[in-house]
Design a protein around this ligand. Structure first.
Ligand code: 6PG
Length: 248
């Protein structure tokens, strides 16, 4: 089903089907770009199954690892080896086994503070992109993966926080999180996350249904404001699907 603002919702049976559907979409975006590919990963628990699929056949053999670059949309400001580190989860699930080290782009959580880490990541993204401002006709990323938190946050863009309104910066530091884990964060902003051919949300489980109902009803929440300059797809499993979308 397509919402009136061009966001598409795709309902699937369960978390297994969700991870497969996400892997298929990711592969088709990679296949559609014969040049250098940029994927922006997300943290949280939702994408873990997808990451494991990507690191195993039949998906692994279909990814041209040498020309795919892996970024992270937000990071907890903890050391790279800390269990809370988002890129660590992606590395352990598939990147360390599959991707060349130079194609993995973690945030510098060893920097003095989250602002410094944000500044460094923004510089890295600008250098990768080859320009200091984003051109909607030439998106930064092929795919940006996203999740939604219980308060409607996405990446580390929390409701009512200034980072959510940021229009100029590509990456900002977030001193305090609004939900667990209560560690400082570093996050891409909405303009940077939206600079992609496809933004792909993964939402599963009954505990996501309440917040998804609010987001899809149009409440002003960060996850609802997050849209791509290209396509925005919400992959949702049956347990998370709001009541009013079930009959459609
Ligand atoms: C993080 C995330 C965050 C996450 C949502 C959903 O660092 O925590 O990037 O935005 O995607 O909170 O998390 P779950 O997938 O664990 O529900």
């Amino acid at each position: 089903m397509v919402l009136n603002d061009n966001r598409r919702i795709i309902a699937v049976a369960d978390p297994v089907a969700l991870a497969k559907a996400a892997a298929e979409r990711l592969l088709s975006r990679i296949a559609g770009n014969g040049d250098r590919v940029a994927i922006c990963l997300t943290g949280g628990s939702s994408p873990k199954q997808l990451y494991e699929l990507l690191g195993n056949e039949p998906y692994r053999g279909q990814i041209p690892w040498d020309r795919v670059h892996w970024f992270i949309g937000d990071e907890r400001f903890v050391p790279a080896g800390n269990a809370l580190n988002n890129m660590r989860m992606a590395r352990q699930a598939f990147l360390n086994r599959c991707a060349p080290l130079v194609n993995i782009h973690p945030m510098a959580t060893g920097a003095a503070d989250p602002d410094e880490a944000a500044h460094r990541y923004e510089t890295e993204l600008k250098s990768f992109y080859g320009a200091d401002s984003l051109d909607p006709a030439r998106p930064l990323f092929d795919v940006v993966l996203m999740g939604v938190g219980p308060d409607g946050h996405t990446a580390s863009l929390f409701p009512g926080y200034p980072a959510t309104d940021e229009k100029e910066r590509w990456v900002v530091g977030v001193p305090n999180a609004h939900v667990e884990p209560f560690v400082s964060r570093v996050t891409l902003t909405l303009p940077a996350l939206g600079s992609c051919h496809e933004m792909l949300f993964e939402v599963s489980g009954a505990d996501k249904r309440a917040i998804l109902t609010r987001v899809l009803a149009g409440e002003d929440l960060p996850a609802g404001r997050a849209v791509s300059v290209g396509e925005t797809t919400w992959l949702v499993d049956r347990a998370a699907l709001p009541e009013n979308f079930r009959e459609q």
